[in-house]
Design a binder for this molecule. Structure first.
Ligand SMILES: [Zn+2]
Length: 262
């Protein structure tokens, strides 16, 4: 024990100093080391980039123009322009999953979004509405955990990310496959069928699902159209890591020029 301790202490001290020195030399965020993190040549034209760069006032003006139903929230730590949806968006209801719901949607902190995320969610609703989607269940948007620890303008503590768990369509999903007789719910956990972590999600080199089911095709179709639309600069599926096996992480991050779709 004693020998172990004397060996460990200097090793940890050295490791800590070395890690600090290395992180100071790396200007790029750690995610950007992922091979799927790419800066598009026309990044300034991408919706996520434009949304992230908007002022709160301009963002709200745009949200009003689109007639997205919302109400402003009282100041929420680390969220620039906090708000809460008050009804379906383009006919698509966004609801907390039963599992995540500690409080009802009208009061739960997990249902608070920054305005920039709300614009991207409105774009997502367009993609979903044409597929006859009626409900999206999500695990959370805002999360207090990490507030003050994670840099502002990033992830859930900034209200800039949504974790989507299930998508329910009215009747048959519109992807040219077999019709479903009634409402169909696809879950990321049960229907994505990842062949492996590290897979490619969209494009000609996309990894094939382990099972070629209507749900697997539907979910890929949705994610890849969202990727083309460019409203989220981070779109992570179960291909990204084990932590994302049951949800899609969709984020509008400020201050970055790269997109990470996996
Ligand atoms: Zn997330």
């Amino acid at each position: 024990m004693a020998a172990g301790r004397t060996w460990l202490v200097p090793a940890l001290a050295f490791g800590g100093v070395a890690a600090l020195a290395v992180s100071a030399m790396l200007p790029r965020p750690v995610e950007a080391k992922n091979r799927f993190a790419l800066e598009p040549p026309n990044v300034e034209q991408k919706r996520a980039y434009k949304y992230a760069a908007m002022s709160g006032a301009d963002c709200l003006k745009e949200l009003d123009r689109r007639k997205v139903p919302y109400k402003l929230e009282p100041p929420t730590k680390q969220v620039d322009t906090p708000l809460r949806f008050t009804g379906p968006i383009r006919g698509v209801a966004f609801k907390l999953t039963k599992r995540a719901e500690e409080n009802p949607d009208p009061v739960s902190p997990a249902a608070v979004a920054d305005c920039r995320l709300a614009l991207a969610i409105d774009d997502m609703a367009q993609v979903l509405a044409k597929r006859k989607v009626k409900t999206v269940e999500y695990l959370s948007m805002y999360r207090k955990r990490g507030v003050g620890f994670i840099r502002p303008g990033k992830r859930h503590p900034a209200g800039l990310a949504i974790d989507v768990a299930t998508i329910t369509t009215r009747g048959a999903p519109v992807d040219g496959t077999e019709p479903a007789p009634k409402d169909t719910t696809y879950s990321v956990y049960g229907d994505w069928h990842p062949s492996r972590v590290g897979g490619t999600t969209c494009g000609p080199k996309a990894t094939k699902p382990r099972k070629n089911t209507p749900g697997a095709r539907f979910l890929r179709d949705v994610v890849c159209e969202l990727a083309d639309q460019g409203s989220f600069n981070l779109l992570l599926t179960p291909h990204y890591d084990w932590g994302h096996r049951d949800h899609f992480h969709m984020e509008v991050r400020t201050g970055i020029r790269w997109f990470l779709i996996q």
